[in-house]
Design a protein around this ligand. Structure first.
Ligand SMILES: [Zn+2]
Length: 386
């Protein structure tokens, strides 16, 4: 006997059609089988909410979920990194933080994540939950010696644990240009292709990163020297952000995390690479007081942009819907349906999930967000974004 469940909401926003008022979704054995405005008496009435395609948080570090507030100071950026390194946790407290993060993701109606993992626990705990997405195993190693050591581990990082689900995958995260030796990055990309595994790399995050790879100077050089990690000039073949983008384009697929400092020639290149997505983390971007994000230019160029909260180390919570509302305020010129896509279907594409949320005959992945119950607003988009 198939199991059928039905949920009614004030508005339903199917993935690829116009919003429907007072509508019901019907889910049969996990598949979306109908979205209807007919009365279904046995449907569970969710009240004044909008049912949306599942919210996707394409960039998060769940291990920081035990924090009550972001790590300080936010500036200079390298001081923040130093504070993050100092806050390293024991394996026991990491497990509690990950569990708390997963709970917060569920409570805030997020259905999929792009998790950056520094421990095998992330994959185990996410596999036990019903959250979809990709667990990107983080790789760091800027010195030649450490990079050589890590190169031997790349394949194992991808194959040691394989979830038994089509909607949860293992990928790799070469951390950032200032923390990953180009030789290690090359091997990660080779393995990404060999195993058809996705990558996520923090890139074009700020001007100091561009200064480091271009001229071996600036804030990151001092940081690496003080940490006794200065590798010498290892960026000889990687002088520009475009060099990194070209390399990442060789991977099976890759997320460019942040892209705060992407410039027009880099945006032009990204527009030619459909396997590369950019993940914008709006409130984390604001926390570090970066210049305005090039989101409008990225969208104009047709680049797939998804959203992330980043970790609680730079954001007060993991509520992806708050990122959406932040964008609505920061970029009022972006049409509401486009903003909703950033949080839903663009994330689905970035993480290559097997379902785009609310499409008939696909696995149902849906979220609900509250609508102002007293409001008589009849335009669903105005009602959705308050
Ligand atoms: Zn991050």
């Amino acid at each position: 006997m198939p199991t059928e469940t039905a949920y009614r909401a004030r508005w339903v926003f199917p993935t690829a059609s116009e919003p429907l008022a007072d509508a019901t979704i019907i889910v049969t054995d996990g598949l979306l089988t109908d979205v209807t405005t007919h009365d279904i008496p046995e449907a569970e009435d969710l009240g004044s909410v909008a049912i949306l395609p599942g919210l996707v948080n394409a960039h998060v570090h769940l291990e920081f979920s035990g924090l009550d507030r972001p790590i300080e100071p936010s500036l200079p950026f390298t001081d923040w990194i130093r504070a993050v390194i100092r806050s390293r946790q024991s394996e026991e407290s990491r497990e509690a933080s990950l569990a708390k993060g997963i709970e917060e993701v569920i409570q805030t109606h997020t259905t999929a994540v792009g998790e950056i993992a520094t421990s095998p626990l992330s994959a185990h705990l996410l596999d036990k939950s019903n959250i979809s997405g990709v667990v990107f195993q983080e790789m760091i190693g800027i010195s030649k010696e450490i990079a050589r050591e890590k190169i031997g581990l790349v394949s194992d990082m991808l194959t040691t644990y394989q979830p038994n689900r089509a909607d949860l995958k293992i990928g790799l995260s070469p951390h950032a240009p200032y923390s990953v030796h180009p030789d290690l990055l090359r091997e990660i990309i080779r393995q990404s292709r060999a195993h058809q595994s996705p990558l996520a790399m923090h890139l074009a995050e700020n001007r100091a990163e561009r200064e480091l790879i271009g001229t071996c100077a600036g804030e990151f050089r001092s940081f690496l020297e003080v940490m006794n990690l200065w590798p010498g000039d290892v960026w000889a073949e990687m002088r520009t952000i475009n060099d990194y983008l070209r390399m990442l384009a060789e991977a099976d697929s890759a997320l460019i995390i942040h892209g705060n400092d992407l410039r027009s020639d880099e945006i032009d290149y990204l527009a030619t690479q459909p396997k590369l997505s950019v993940v914008y983390c709006p409130r984390t971007h604001a926390y570090f007081q970066h210049p305005p994000h090039p989101l409008p230019q990225l969208l104009e160029a047709g680049i797939n942009v998804a959203l992330g909260t980043d970790g609680r180390s730079s954001n007060p919570d993991l509520n992806l819907w708050r990122e959406v509302l932040h964008i609505r305020k920061t970029f009022p010129q972006i049409p509401p349906p486009e903003i909703l896509k950033l949080a839903t279907t663009n994330g689905t594409r970035a993480l290559e999930l097997p379902s785009d949320g609310l499409t008939i005959d696909q696995p149902a992945r849906w979220s609900s967000v509250p609508l102002a119950s007293q409001s008589s607003e009849t335009d669903p988009w105005r009602l959705l974004f308050g």
